[in-house]
Design a protein around this ligand. Structure first.
Ligand code: 3PG
Length: 207
C-alpha cells in the first residue's frame, strides 16, 4: 500500500495518544467498526509502540501507523512493532535518512511553501500540513494548490468534524488528521460506543 493509498483509505486519520495500554485494542476496534481503518498511534506516551504492536496483531482491518516521529531510531522500532506508515510534525535530514533506511513510508509535516519545496526535493509528495489551522487552513491550501500543485496534503491541527468537510473539498487534500475521534473523557471512561459513533460520522465525511 502506498502512502497515497493509505491517505485515500480514510477521510480522517485519528491522532491517538494511548494513556492505558489496555485501551489500545478496544479503541482501535471501535474506530474500525465505525469505518475508520487508518490509525495514527503517537509516540507521545510510553505506550505508543506496544499499542501499535497490539493493534497490528489483534485488530483485523486496521491500517496502523506511528505518529509524532521525531527521533531517527524510532523508525525501525515502529516498523518492527507493525506500523505501516509514519507521521512526523516536521522534517529534518536525520529523519529523511531514517525513513529511507527503515523503508517506512513517511508523511512529514510542513508549514510553509519553502518547507513544501524542501520536502519535495527529497521526494516527498504527500505531506502533513501542520499545524493546519494556524498555518492558514483552507485558504493556505488553496493558495499553494496552484504553484505547488503536485503535492497532496493531510492537514492536521485544529480541525473538527464541523470543519473537516471544507478541508476535504480542497483539491490538494487527500484526508485530514485530528484528535476529535478519541476524546480524553471517552477514553478515560472506556466509552467505545462514543468513539464508534464519532468514527461513523467521520467516515461519512467523504460522501
Ligand atoms: C496533535 O498535535 O495532537 C494533532 O495535530 C491533532 O491536532 P488536534 O488535536 O487539533 O486535532
Amino acid at each position: 500500500m502506498t502512502l497515497l493509498d493509505i491517505m485515500h483509505a480514510s477521510p480522517v486519520i485519528p491522532v491517538i495518544a494511548i494513556d492505558r495500554l489496555e485501551d489500545a485494542v478496544p479503541l482501535a476496534k471501535a474506530l474500525v467498526a465505525g469505518g475508520i481503518r487508518v490509525l495514527e498511534v503517537t509516540l507521545r506516551t510510553a505506550h505508543g509502540l506496544p499499542a501499535i504492536r497490539a493493534i497490528a496483531e489483534q485488530v483485523p482491518g486496521a491500517i496502523v501507523g506511528v505518529g509524532t516521529l521525531t527521533q531517527p531510531e524510532e523508525f525501525t522500532a515502529a516498523r518492527d512493532a507493525g506500523a505501516v506508515f509514519g507521521v512526523s510534525p516536521g522534517l529534518t535530514p536525520a529523519l529523511i535518512d531514517a525513513a529511507r533506511k527503515s523503508g517506512l513510508p513517511l508523511l512529514p509535516g510542513v508549514m510553509t511553501p519553502s518547507e513544501v519545496m524542501g520536502a519535495r526535493e527529497h521526494g516527498f509528495r504527500q505531506l502533513k500540513l501542520f499545524p493546519a489551522v494556524p498555518a492558514g487552513g483552507v485558504g493556505m491550501l488553496n493558495a499553494i494548490a496552484g504553484p505547488l500543485g503536485d503535492v497532496m496534503f493531510c492537514p492536521t491541527g485544529g480541525i473538527s468534524q464541523e470543519t473537516a468537510g471544507r478541508f476535504l473539498a480542497c483539491k490538494n487534500v487527500a484526508c485530514v488528521g485530528g484528535s476529535w475521534l478519541t476524546p480524553k473523557e471517552a477514553l478515560a471512561a472506556g466509552d467505545w460506543g462514543t468513539v464508534e459513533e464519532l468514527a461513523r460520522a467521520a467516515a461519512g465525511l467523504r460522501g
